[in-house]
Design a protein around this ligand. Structure first.
Ligand code: GCB
Length: 595
């Protein structure tokens, strides 16, 4: 009893302690703010035995007299690009998992009343942030943004910023100990200093009503919870302009009826200029409007049933053997998906950078975005559950104004259990606290062939909680065919729309081989596998979309075969050198003909 009490006291103490240092939810539309980029070359120190924090290397001390010495220096050592991963920047860092310190100096010329926020697009996986010798925040989670207010901490000149980054895999992390992609460490996305007026437009949510094609709903929240501040929303092309006064939470909520609206769709990705103005602040961005909902076994986009021609990729540029992080990286990844004839991207398996999300919307892709609840997650761990909830909330807060976003994915390949159900219920609730307009989905790999019924079936009652059910099924690769593809009958998620969210097999580009032999790792066998799967899809009655795994070969320490894999997952339709494999053309033909 005593020790239980002690634990509770300790828990409360630790919660406060960590809360104090935790980074804040980011403001909406960072790319529309006044900002100073802190991207570029940073100094770095590899700290494999975690000595830096104890030695307070973030103080960046220099010997001042004859007896002083310091066993570190940020100058004249390793230099790393930010953003980027560290693994691709030095051969000896390829497999590195541990701590690396990043540091740089910066100056700030600010208007006297400005507030200043330090913003990170993503740091993988944990980090502590030190400014001018003091720890000012920490963050966990490798794919979501965070900010820390530094208004009262920055000087006009000579600020010293140090970030202690650690990408060690742990059982309580998300993802956890093993996953099928490279564990790229570092400051992997943009770093900015954002400046705002004292009271600024912190958050807004402007989207078309889920079902009504002529009703735009808008909510705006100021950074200060005070009533009677004026907020104006304007969409000039739709002749919308309305000024409202905030309630005592500093928020407004309204809706507009628009008789003539051109809705966004993959074929015509129309966006409108939206501007929001408050007393001292103004922010603009391009927003699109569309309806997406489910009725029975169909998914409706703008009142018409749609078949989702999807593809997945990791946030990686294979040729560079590193993380993708820039707009030109996004152009590369998305152009290949466009060429394949896709109307959707399943962003695997974590929120990818905002350049990709924003460009995908402009290019006409629907998006499925998920957090890395990828196998092996400890569903019994309460703090992991809280972390996952925060991650999904951060993802939605960042992207909720992107009409391209059609799906929030809560998990990939989980096994039924009570703790799993509680965990996923919690994630769905966290999604719906912020946004009830998107479709909720999750990918399962539990399909099996029932020999008595001669049918593919799945037994996981949790699917009833989802708008759309998704399954990953590797027929012809991990599972030999128990029946020929043209006879394959599916009785899975009847009454709900179903997406085959992964299928495929590996082929080493340029390798010819026996088209019937799985272990030939040949383009010929991969093509056979695609033909068979595409045939099977014709017999899945509630199939409303497919998403082959995967667009590009990607790096993964999961993959052990020395010659055929060599640390790569070779299920790509495009090779690590950017060449299309035979199966790419089969998929292209399928997408060109299915509607
Ligand atoms: C899966 C996973 C995906 C893997 C893939 C594979 O089911 O969702 O992340 O990369 O299988 O290649 O085995």
């Amino acid at each position: 009893m005593k020790s239980k009490l002690l634990n509770i006291v300790l828990f409360i103490f630790l919660s406060f302690f960590f809360l104090d240092l935790t980074a804040q939810q980011t403001m909406t539309n960072v790319y529309g703010r006044r900002s100073i980029s802190l991207n570029g070359k940073w100094n770095a120190i590899i700290d494999h035995y975690n000595q830096g924090r104890g030695n307070k290397i973030y103080l960046n001390k220099k010997p001042a007299n004859k007896i002083d010495f310091y066993e570190y220096s940020f100058e004249n050592g390793l230099r790393l690009n930010v953003p980027s991963d560290w693994n691709s920047q030095q051969p000896e860092l390829q497999y590195y998992e541990g701590t690396i310190w990043y540091a740089r100096s910066f100056d700030v010329s600010k208007r006297s009343s400005d507030r200043i926020f330090l913003y990170f697009g993503a740091v993988n996986y944990r980090c502590h942030i030190y400014l001018n010798g003091e720890e000012i925040g920490s963050h966990e989670g490798g794919f979501t943004p965070f900010q820390i207010e530094v208004t009262d901490r920055v000087k006009a000149q000579g600020n010293f910023l140090a970030i202690e980054v650690n990408n060690t895999r742990t059982v309580d992390a998300i993802p956890a100990m093993a996953f099928d992609w490279w564990n790229y460490g570092g400051i992997t996305r943009d770093v900015f200093l954002l400046s705002t007026p004292p009271v600024f437009i912190e958050d807004y949510f402007v989207q078309l009503d889920k079902y009504k094609s002529n009703k735009i709903n808008a909510q705006v929240k100021l950074s200060e919870a005070s009533a009677n501040a004026r907020v104006t929303i304007e969409i000039p092309e739709l002749k919308i302009k309305e000024t409202l006064k905030t309630d005592n939470k500093g928020a407004i909520s309204t809706s507009f009826t628009v008789p003539k609206l051109q809705r966004w769709s993959p074929d015509a990705p129309k966006l409108y200029q939206v501007s929001i103005t408050s007393d001292k602040d103004t922010i603009q961005e391009q927003i699109g409007f569309r309806n997406i909902w489910v009725d029975g076994e169909d998914i409706y986009l703008n009142d018409r049933p749609i078949f989702l021609k999807s593809i997945s990729f990791h946030e990686e540029i294979a040729q560079r053997k590193g993380r993708a992080f820039s707009e030109s990286d996004a152009v590369m990844l998305l152009s290949e998906a466009k060429a394949l004839g896709c109307n959707m991207i399943r962003l695997a398996h974590y929120p990818q950078n905002e350049y990709t999300v924003r460009l995908a919307e402009k290019m006409g892709f629907l998006l499925w975005e998920e957090i890395p609840i990828w196998q092996g997650i400890d569903f019994t761990n309460e703090s992991t559950k809280q972390k996952a909830g925060n991650m999904i909330a951060d993802m939605i807060m960042r992207d909720k104004n992107r009409c391209a976003l059609a799906f929030w994915g809560v998990a990939n390949e989980t096994q039924p259990s009570e703790p799993r159900n509680v965990f996923l219920d919690y994630l769905i609730a966290r999604c719906q606290e912020i946004d009830t307009t998107r479709l909720i989905t999750a990918a399962f790999d539990l399909i099996r062939f029932d020999a008595n019924r001669q049918e593919f079936i799945m037994n996981d009652p949790f699917i009833k909680k989802l708008d759309v059910v998704a399954v990953n099924k590797y027929m012809g690769w991990y599972h030999p065919w128990p029946i020929s593809p043209e006879k394959a009958v599916w009785d899975v998620a009847k009454g709900q729309p179903l997406i085959i969210s992964e299928f495929g097999g590996e082929a080493l580009y340029g390798k010819r081989g026996d088209a019937d032999v799985v272990s030939s790792w040949s383009e010929d066998y991969q093509a056979t596998l695609y033909k068979a799967n595409l045939e099977m899809f014709r017999h899945v009655p509630n199939l409303r979309g497919v998403s082959p795994w995967v667009l590009f070969d990607f790096r993964s320490p999961f993959r052990l075969h020395p010659t055929n894999q060599d640390g790569w997952n070779r299920k790509g339709l495009v090779s690590d050198q950017g060449y299309r494999k035979e199966a790419w053309y089969l998929m292209k033909d399928y997408y060109d003909h299915i509607h």
